[in-house]
Design a protein around this ligand. Structure first.
Ligand code: HEM
Length: 540
């Protein structure tokens, strides 16, 4: 019998035993409507995980069962899907206290990233977040802008060389995931840790290699199965399978690099006080010192390493994928790419300095917002109720007995899923073109932007859920918005991006920790784009 079949059977038997012993992954208390099981063991869990368009599944379910419904998951467990905007806002606002991460999801974070901000809950989270927030203030991010430019111009230099080695006016095929990963890794290393990865200069980095292997390895059926199961059953992460080994390798590579950063940081702190403003790591060191932690002790080091690892991995995965998505969308819509380029070319300042760029190029801003809306790297927010609660709905729904209800009691242990991707794109919220790439929707002044009144009915409806919300809202949101605008302005000013088989090139999704775009039919996470010069002329 095949290895896969044996392990699958063992896995299933183990789950049944655990289930019989009464260890339920979650319990649901309300009689809600919802879809039937698509599979005896997995309910609809695999269907959602493997669907290239899970938000469409949620769309169909919401149309059928209303804005709150239950879905069957593994072996009889269930989750309540909440897409009523009032209830969603309530859950996010009570995040880390009333609603927390599922034990399985925490175990994955622990294995890959460690026990930093993404893992902690409640009071510890509040304290860690308070320390981290100032490190991502607008003033600090403004100071990072030169580094965003440096890294982007380095990437431009690499692509220029590729083009120079070809005949004039030819296009080169560039593997986008590879280069955006180098770009964001060098940037986050430089700005956040004061560490020079120099991958754009051709230097080798174990972190880059581990990230590359982790992100591009084609998941086996067993790996996919284990991932789906592990969200609810943490022990699956201890099985000796390839995906778990990749998690550990990535974690270890990040640890080794960050230990080096810590050593340098300590010597900086002992030395020249002028260098103290250098990186976010110092804030962690200071926080630990204020708490009386012994930084030389294994526990003290471990605590700081985990916090750093959170920023390194969270800060180098999603931003790279989002940049790739923007370029794909612009390659699919050449007329929009031309419009963005015209806008950038008209931007005052020869080098697209941030002081001018920040307040220019509204269409580029709109393109970025639209890609973030349609292609969120985190499609769902899974949570579990940590205590009893009541959800008050904006719009009443029909329960399983056909009664209209506008409040839903939730008991401790209930699994909750917030479908971020559905909320970002549903035609019921965004209008009939909700599923289409239409940046112009962001050019209308009444749509949600920073500074809008969050209680305004339209702003509330047109909110982006790509960065989550509430106490856990992405700490790097402002960082990545500045980074993306600079990177895209520079690259689009100089290069034209096309899909290998034209705008209609068929696309697919590669599954790793998050979903990344790929060209249909290519092995792994391959996402090549054709790059050519805007002026068609080789550089000196
Ligand atoms: C386009 C890029 C990005 C996207 C789409 C994104 C998305 C998200 C989302 C959805 C969450 C909330 C997760 C949850 O509620 O469970 C989150 C949290 C987080 N993100 Fe990002 N992120 C991005 C970039 C970054 C960057 C650049 C950094 C750091 C430099 C970063 C660091 C973090 C951290 C540390 C958290 C945990 C916050 C907490 O638990 O309090 N992210 N991100």
């Amino acid at each position: 019998m095949e290895n896969f079949t044996i392990v699958s059977i063992l896995l299933i038997l183990f789950v049944i035993v655990i289930h019989r012993l009464g260890v339920k992954p979650g319990s649901q208390t309300v009689r809600l409507r919802g879809p039937p099981k698509a599979n005896f063991f997995f309910g609809v869990a695999r269907l959602v995980r493997l669907s290239p368009h899970p938000h469409i599944l949620y769309e169909n379910w919401a149309n059928r069962y209303g804005s709150v419904y239950h879905i069957p998951l593994l072996l009889g467990s269930e989750a309540v899907v909440v897409s009523d905007l009032k209830a969603v806002a309530h859950i996010f606002s009570k995040d880390t206290y009333t609603y927390v991460r599922t034990p399985g999801f925490r175990a994955i974070i622990d294995q890959v990233i460690g026990r930093g901000l993404l893992w902690v809950e409640g009071e510890v989270h509040r304290r860690q977040r308070k320390t981290m927030n100032p490190a991502f203030s607008p003033a600090v991010i403004r100071k990072m802008a030169p580094s965003f430019y440096d890294c982007t111009y380095k990437l431009k230099g690499v692509w220029d060389k590729m083009l120079d080695s070809n005949a004039p006016e030819t296009k080169v095929q560039v593997e986008m995931h590879e280069w955006t990963m180098k770009l964001v890794l060098d940037t986050v290393g430089n700005t956040v840790f004061g560490h020079q990865f120099n991958t754009l200069d051709g230097e080798k980095s174990t972190v880059e290699e581990a990230l590359r292997v982790f992100n591009t390895t084609i998941p086996t059926k067993l790996g996919m199965l284990a991932y789906t199961v592990s969200i609810f059953l943490p022990w699956v992460l201890r099985l000796p399978i390839k995906r778990n080994q990749l998690n550990k390798d990535l974690s270890e590579a990040a640890r080794l690099m960050l230990e080096g950063v810590m050593v340098n940081q300590n010597s900086d702190l002992e030395g020249d006080a002028q260098t103290r403003d250098k990186s976010i790591v110092e804030l962690f060191v200071k926080e630990a010192e204020d708490d009386g932690s012994d930084l030389q002790s294994p526990e003290g080091k471990e605590e700081i390493l985990a916090k750093m690892k959170n920023l390194l991995i969270a800060g180098s995965d999603s931003p790279g994928i989002m940049l790739v998505w923007v370029l794909i969308e612009l390659a699919r819509h050449p007329e929009m790419q031309n419009r963005v380029r015209e806008e950038i070319t008209a931007c005052p300042g020869a080098e697209l300095e941030w002081s001018s760029l920040q307040f220019s190029c509204p269409f580029l801003d709109a393109v970025i917002s639209e890609a973030l809306r349609l292609r969120p790297t985190v499609g769902e927010t899974p949570r579990v109720a940590n205590e009893d609660d009541v959800l008050h709905l904006k719009e009443p729904i029909l329960d399983a007995s056909g009664k209209l209800v506008d409040r839903i009691p939730i008991t401790k242990g209930t699994n909750i899923i917030i479908p971020n991707h559905y909320l970002n794109s549903s035609p019921s919220i965004w209008g009939s073109d909700g599923l289409q790439f239409n940046p112009d929707r962001w050019m209308d002044t009444y749509l949600s932007r920073s500074g809008d009144d969050p209680n305004d009915a339209i702003s509330e409806k047109r909110r982006l859920w790509t960065f989550g919300d509430g106490p856990r809202i992405c700490v790097g949101k402002a960082f990545v918005m500045v980074q993306m605008k600079i990177v895209l302005a520079v690259l689009l000013r100089h290069f034209i991006f096309e899909l290998p088989q034209g705008p209609e090139t068929p696309m697919d999704i590669h599954y790793s920790l998050v979903r990344r775009p790929k060209i249909k039919g290519l092995e792994g996470a391959m996402m090549p784009l054709l790059v050519s010069r805007v002026d068609g002329i080789n550089s000196e």
